[in-house]
Write a protein that binds this ligand. Structure first.
Ligand SMILES: C[S@@+](CC[C@H](N)C(=O)[O-])C[C@H]1O[C@@H](n2cnc3c(N)ncnc32)[C@H](O)[C@@H]1O
Length: 285
């Protein structure tokens, strides 16, 4: 993950807060770093302390960091006004919707599939990062780290999440990606969404979005660190390669057609059709 030590960072949905603590310690060890880390979690304080016995809540506070509990990135009523327009970068590590705890909670979700709910979470995170938390005069970055396996790989982060998403008339664009290495973050334990259990380290990728296009992004040092998107938004299949299924290069037009008709690709197509139908049915995201 490429990070500038001068960025003002807000972490979102940071489970046991070990990622925020690790970032904070990294900054403290970087000479002349002007950045800061404010941390946030979805859980209420009591829930957080009960769920993760070794969470970093008190340690972060002792180090002078702000920690916000019960911050739901999808719900503006939970955002302190003091966070408005304050950050250069938001980081959401391994977002995943919590599982339903009751029939009532399931019904409240409007009967949406878990795939749609996860895509919706990611899109609302991007939307709200730009509309509320990021400083319009800052670096303007929203980062997500995600895993390269199911169900994460079925959310189409590269070509689908930000489809037609705009902020003040500017398209939200994927600047690029970098491999995510847990070993770069001392003490970071990637947590399961609902439990005090660690997720085994698997391959991950950090995605960087902005409303400033890559070609004219003011910090070209950042752009040089990123692998550019392989496919344009909304177009996951090129002549030679399928970004959804990570399949290719296709040897011929028949080979490509065979892939498009495969069960694996058809499943992704059905998820994408659902997503596009969902986006058309809601006016506010
Ligand atoms: C797989 S866990 C990862 C936790 C942590 N970021 C890590 O890397 O260990 C997914 C996290 O997403 C958070 N989350 C889910 N929905 C959220 C929302 N609407 N707002 C903020 N956080 C959310 C959950 O609380 C949970 O901590």
């Amino acid at each position: 993950m490429y990070l500038d030590p001068n960025w003002r960072i807000l972490t979102v949905g940071d489970g046991d807060l070990s990622f925020s603590l690790s970032l904070n310690q990294m900054l403290a060890q970087t000479p002349d770093a002007k950045g800061l880390v404010a941390a946030s979690v979805l859980d209420q304080e009591e829930e957080l302390l009960a769920k993760y016995q070794d969470c970093a809540f008190h340690e972060l506070k002792q180090q002078g960091s702000e920690v916000f509990t019960a911050l739901d990135i999808t719900n503006s009523e939970t955002w302190p006004e003091s966070l408005k327009g304050r950050f250069d970068a938001l980081i959401f590590q391994f977002p995943l919707i919590p599982s339903f705890t009751s029939k009532e909670a399931f019904e409240k979700a409007g009967g949406l599939t878990t795939n749609l709910l996860n895509r919706r979470l990611l899109r609302l995170y991007l939307q709200h990062a730009f509309s509320f938390f990021l400083d319009p005069n800052g670096a303007q970055l929203a980062l997500i780290s995600s895993k390269d396996l199911k169900p994460y790989s079925q959310w189409d982060l590269e070509c689908g999440i930000h489809l037609d998403l705009e902020h003040q008339g500017q398209p939200v664009q994927l600047l690029g990606m970098r491999p995510f290495l847990q070993s770069d973050f001392d003490g970071y334990r990637i947590r399961n969404v609902d439990r005090d259990k660690q997720i085994r380290g698997t391959k991950g990728t950090t995605y960087y979005w902005s409303v400033k296009p890559a070609a004219s992004y003011p910090d070209q040092q950042l752009i040089e660190q990123l692998n550019p998107p392989t496919h344009p938004v909304g177009e996951p299949v090129s002549e030679h390669y399928c970004n959804w299924c990570k399949t290719g290069p296709f040897a011929s037009a028949e080979d490509r057609q065979g892939h498009l008709e495969s069960r694996r690709h058809s499943n992704m197509q059905a998820l994408d059709d659902d997503w596009r139908t969902f986006l058309k049915s809601v006016s506010d995201i």
